[in-house]
Design a protein around this ligand. Structure first.
Ligand SMILES: Nc1ncnc2c1ncn2[C@@H]1O[C@H](COP(=O)(O)OP(=O)(O)OP(=O)(O)O)[C@@H](O)[C@H]1O
Length: 259
């Protein structure tokens, strides 16, 4: 389980103090899929970086299976929005996916198996020998996802991973990530500014206020587990849930403007 407790983060640079995270407390149960939405600039990336051990909180704690996160924890992988910058252009696709496994000292035969399985899971079984720059944006993001899942993380954090791809590719990648989650059973924390995406993907949606951010609402998404772009998005319950999240985000934006 991933637990965020009384998390507070202030950026204190030269002449500019930003209280990004006011006070955040929530838990993500092992094996669950939780989405986080909030107004632009409310501190979503800051939260994710604290969870990944890439940024030290000013106060409060993040714990993973009871152990405090003080640096990048074992068994945790992150997928960022900028796939173009996270893949190495001089390495072939399979070598990009292999890199973290090699760094972790995994045996060669096991690595080959894991890389093959991960690329197969994202529909890129035939792209092993290509270079990232020979692939479309959506395919490059699939490689980044493959690299994360080859590592067999217990927890996968995603920071607006589909924001830079076109709408159709985005829908495909949404279905892919749910498929990967169900197949590999990891814990997933997915940050997005897209309300529909959050409701479509998550078992829960945590809505944040403007910064200094707090949890505005933690909403269970009681849609059937089998989701698809047409049926789920056409479900009247989907419309109700997205309306509720939308209203909460609008409220957060208004409050942010008046404080
Ligand atoms: N390294 C930094 N130094 C100083 N201030 C920062 C730094 N990183 C983020 N901030 C500030 O902290 C606040 C939260 O930023 P953050 O990127 O976490 O928000 P976000 O919700 O992910 O934004 P967006 O929706 O635009 O991606 C913003 O006011 C931002 O300017």
């Amino acid at each position: 389980m991933l637990a965020v407790e009384e998390l507070h983060k202030v950026y204190d640079g030269r002449g500019r103090r930003v209280e990004a995270i006011g006070d955040l407390t929530f838990e993500v149960e092992a094996g669950s899929f939780v989405c986080v939405v909030g107004p632009s600039g409310c501190g979503k990336t800051t939260l994710l970086r604290c969870c990944a051990g890439l940024l030290a909180p000013t106060s409060g704690t993040v714990t993973l299976s009871g152990a405090p996160v003080t640096g990048p924890p074992e068994g945790l992988a992150v997928v960022f929005q900028e796939y173009g910058r996270s893949l190495f252009p001089w390495l072939r696709v399979a070598d990009n996916v292999d890199l973290p496994l090699r760094a972790a000292g995994v045996a060669k035969a096991t690595r080959r198996e894991l890389v093959g399985e991960a690329l197969g899971a994202v529909g890129l079984a035939d792209a092993h020998r290509a270079y990232p720059w020979q692939l479309s944006g959506g395919m490059q993001q699939r490689v980044a996802i493959a690299r994360a899942i080859a590592y067999q993380p217990r927890v996968l954090l995603l920071d607006e991973p589909f924001a830079a791809v076109d709408a159709q590719t985005r829908a495909d990648l949404e279905d892919l990530i749910r498929d990967v989650w169900r197949r590999f059973g990891m814990t997933l924390l997915f940050v997005t500014h897209d309300i529909d995406e959050a409701v479509y993907l998550g078992q829960r949606v945590i809505m944040l206020t403007s910064s200094p951010t707090r949890v505005a609402e933690d909403l269970p998404i009681d849609l059937p587990d089998e989701r698809d772009q047409l049926t789920t998005r056409g479900d009247p319950r989907f419309a109700e849930l997205r309306g509720r999240v939308y209203a909460q985000i609008q409220k957060a934006k208004l409050e942010g403007r008046t404080t």
